[in-house]
Ligand binder design. Sequence first.
Ligand code: ACO
Length: 349
Amino acid sequence: MLRSRMAGIGKYLPEQIVRNQDLLRYMDTSDEWIQERTGIQERRYAHRTAETTTTMGVAAAQIAMDRAGVTAAEIDFIIFATLSPDYYFPGCGVLLQRAMKMKEIGALDVRNQCSGFVYALSIADQYIRTGTYKNILVVGAEKHSFGLDFSTRGRNVSVIFGDGAGAVVIQPARNDQEGILSTHLHSDGESAEILAMYNPGTHANHWKQEEFASFDDAAIGQMFFSHAMIDKGQVYPYMDGPAVFKKAIVKFPEVILEALEKNGLTPADLNLLIPHQANLRIAQFVQQKLGLQDSQVYNNIQYYGNTTAASVPIALCEAWEKGKVKEGDLICLAAFGSGFTWGSVLLKW
Ligand code: ACO
């Protein structure tokens, strides 16, 4: 069966740099707290009106396509991972198809948050392996800055996230020395609500049964989206940080070892691990647990914050641009996030 490979990679980071000190204008926090707990020094925020998740995805995609030597007309499938889409629906995949004037190809949106890009890659890999498509565009992009609670109430979440995009063109491998060796996906919905954005949604959890009964059909829209939700800050992401941390430091190493073991390899064989940039402390814990050298792990959360579905392709692209990813290198991409969902991709560059 054909393997798939990354034929081109690109990233886009918006111009505006927001340092930790800049956040003090909105909330009670400190550079020291943020750096100590997360490693983050600064992040990028998209232009408020001119840039969206899709436009950033398009910018990253164009670079990836140029590097792969592929035109928009040659792309035969789009997979777009994000948790901050331009619209509730339709998804960003079709908006990118329109913006890049692509043919009437399939466009799939992936909603697996921090592990969205890893999930998206696994899908692309299957389509290449079965010979269905030849040039798949996989994009991870986020415009978090539009949906965060910048008051002190939301500080545990809002200081972490940043905007940006990354993209790859996936093609059939040229030989059996390169390409994606295996992909590994997992989920555990037991804790779905501890890292989530509940509204707008169809869950109706905010309403007690008696209130629920009092709603007539005309008022039902309020259950989906109401002034009360906005007033109470229930329209922003919620995170139980310590609980996420505890699970992440178990599942990250587990899924990396799973990928290595499946291929008869060990952590010592890895040239580079690109962990989802959730939190520098999580990445450092994983590095220590696997006994990896500093040169075997790439982190850039210090400069971009957590860009969720975009973090893995941004980090991989940056590492490649710096010459840290060379032909034949063994690379592991790994992610963990909301859901919970987690996964890994092991590949030979
Ligand atoms: N500035 C200053 N103080 C803050 C801030 C802030 N931005 N945020 C929270 N605090 C305060 C809290 O109010 C609390 O104060 P209190 O003790 O007086 O009540 C104190 O700091 C500790 O709060 P916790 O939420 O328990 O903070 P914790 O020490 O766990 O650190 C953090 C929070 C950094 C989020 C941590 O839990 C963590 O790293 N969790 C992992 C989650 C993660 O990385 N998520 C990223 C997104 S998900 C993903 O990508 C996997």
